[in-house]
Design a binder for this molecule. Structure first.
Ligand code: PEP
Ligand code: MG
Length: 328
């Protein structure tokens, strides 16, 4: 079993009818670069930068962040690295930012992620500068967490221009051309406004972990309601479909990077929706690849057409199981 998964590493992630899907890794630490390559990652679809801020009392400066990101970019050897700006707040806390974060009665709805970055622009400036500098050593993409509205993206672009101008004045080598700027789709309102949002960004990364939580109003930490956390809820499926479709119609890349992306049971849905990039925990890459290599993209298209008409998760689950068996 694990030997055959190992051999999969050098085979392409494509369906029986030749539909190519790019499988990328979610990274939480720079040390995960090697294992992700060993698992067959074609790049990094989500580099969570929270590690830079954890277990310390001070903030990392631009140079320190640039050095660490550059090492990751070099480690990925020409494969794309998608760097997400800081996503603290909510349940994720960083000591040095405590004064900025303060207390919130509803942390999940409070000052976090891109909201914090726009409130403390020095933080965002240092991060963007570090990503641009790392981009001189290989392809990078900039990703903004918890985007709710186009105004946030526009505000980031203003700051980005300032950062680029400053780096050029300093004569520092940066990515050229400038890297794509993308938004995480993990707030239901952002998913519903995806057709507007896609005009302001270069790509989407759909974060199903938060999207499910906010759509169904489920705190997964609360075990009394955890069983209601449901990736196959019709509302979740509709939001993912709508957001992906908005990006595809605009001719822009869209990936999925929440836990759902690494679950082979859902691969047929993503292929059927036209999603061609999935980013996941590296150990999940071989099993998703194996699933993709056993399916037909036309069948996946028919699967989603039927699945989207169902009204509950049990019915969708049965369709997914029947699809897997028919293809196997
Ligand atoms: C998500 O919400 O799906 C996601 C990928 O981001 P994180 O898990 O870091 O919140
Ligand atoms: Mg998230």
């Amino acid at each position: 079993e694990s030997r055959s998964l190992g051999r999969l590493r050098d085979l392409p992630a494509e369906t029986l009818d030749g539909c190519r899907v790019r499988l990328l890794a979610n990274l939480e630490l720079p040390g995960e670069v090697e294992p992700s390559l060993a698992a067959g990652a074609e790049g990094v679809g989500l580099l969570r930068t929270e590690f830079l801020f954890m277990n310390r009392d001070d903030l990392p400066d631009e140079d320190e962040q640039a050095a660490i990101l550059t090492a990751v970019v070099k480690g990925m050897a020409g494969r794309p690295v998608t760097v997400r700006t800081l996503d603290v707040g909510g349940e994720k806390l960083a000591t040095a930012l405590g004064a900025h974060l303060g207390e919130s009665a509803n942390p999940a709805l409070g000052l976090r992620a891109i909201r914090l970055s726009l409130r403390v622009p020095e933080l965002l400036e240092a991060q963007l500068a570090a990503i641009l500098r790392a981009g001189a050593h290989g392809p990078v993409r900039m990703l903004l967490p918890m985007v709710a509205s186009v105004e946030e993206v526009r505000a980031v672009r203003v700051i980005l221009q300032k950062v680029v101008a400053r780096l050029r004045r300093r004569g520092v080598a940066i990515a050229d051309p400038l890297p794509p700027l993308g938004a995480m789709i993990e707030i239901p309102g952002a998913a519903l406004a995806a057709d507007a949002l896609i005009r302001e960004v270069d790509f989407f990364a759909i974060g199903t972990n938060d999207l499910i939580m906010y759509t169904l109003a489920i705190d997964r930490g609360d075990e009394r309601v955890a069983h209601l956390y449901d990736p196959l809820h019709p509302a979740v499926l509709r939001l993912i479909h709508f957001a992906a479709d908005a990006a595809l119609r605009a001719g822009k890349p869209v990936s999925v990077c929440g836990e759902m992306a690494g679950d082979p049971r859902f691969a047929g849905l993503f292929v059927g929706w036209g999603i061609r990039e999935l980013s996941m925990r590296a150990p999940a890459i071989p099993q998703v690849k194996r699933r993709l290599r056993a399916m037909d993209s036309g069948g996946a298209g028919r699967l989603v057409a039927t699945a989207m008409l169902e009204s509950d998760r049990a019915a969708v689950s049965r369709l997914l199981e029947a699809f897997e068996q028919a293809e196997a």
